[in-house]
Design a protein around this ligand. Structure first.
Ligand SMILES: [Zn+2]
Length: 168
């Protein structure tokens, strides 16, 4: 995703990365932490009691020129679709405020209720709602599949995201 963002910068002035994987996007955050041309937003399990534990807190907002261009939205264990979509709405507003011209989505599915490595309670239909909200940004969008460890539901969850994105 970082390589894709860097490449997209040759065609777009401002690129946003939205990380909806269960785990904080720590590598992506670090790579762009001092930059104001790539916004990084991550919704993930609260690192005060969830992996990777030492990064992904709200107060990590970027540094130097990148101050204000990193947004972390940690959520507690047990987060359901309603609370998740509220956080996604906050993420969406940040991306709009940034005036992104292109979007990259780190599409993790380990936020699913049965995921062995996750602690959220999203349902298959939640990914449809997520896809719709992402589509509402009306940006050229690249999805990159990330986590998702409950294999029996993975196909359906990915399908739901695509259906949601295409239904508007
Ligand atoms: Zn993950």
């Amino acid at each position: 995703m970082a390589i894709a963002a860097q490449f997209l910068r040759t065609q777009f002035r401002r690129v946003a990365i939205l990380d909806i994987d269960m785990h904080h996007g720590n590598g992506t955050q670090q790579i762009f932490y001092r930059r104001d041309d790539v916004l990084t937003v991550s919704i993930h399990g609260d690192p005060s009691n969830f992996y990777p534990f030492y990064t992904g807190f709200e107060e990590e907002t970027g540094s130097e020129q990148g101050e204000g261009y990193n947004l972390n939205l940690p959520l507690p264990a047990g987060t359901n679709e309603i609370s998740y979509l509220e956080a996604l709405d906050t993420a969406r507003n940040k991306i709009l405020e940034f005036d992104a011209e292109a979007l990259i989505v780190a599409a993790g599915f380990d936020t699913f209720k049965d995921d062995p490595l996750g602690c959220f309670e999203l349902e298959s239909g939640s990914y449809c709602a997520i896809g719709k909200m992402i589509r509402s940004l009306k940006l050229p969008t690249l999805f990159v599949q990330e986590g998702g460890y409950f294999v029996p539901a993975l196909r359906e969850n990915v399908r739901q995201l695509v259906v949601g994105y295409e239904t508007i």
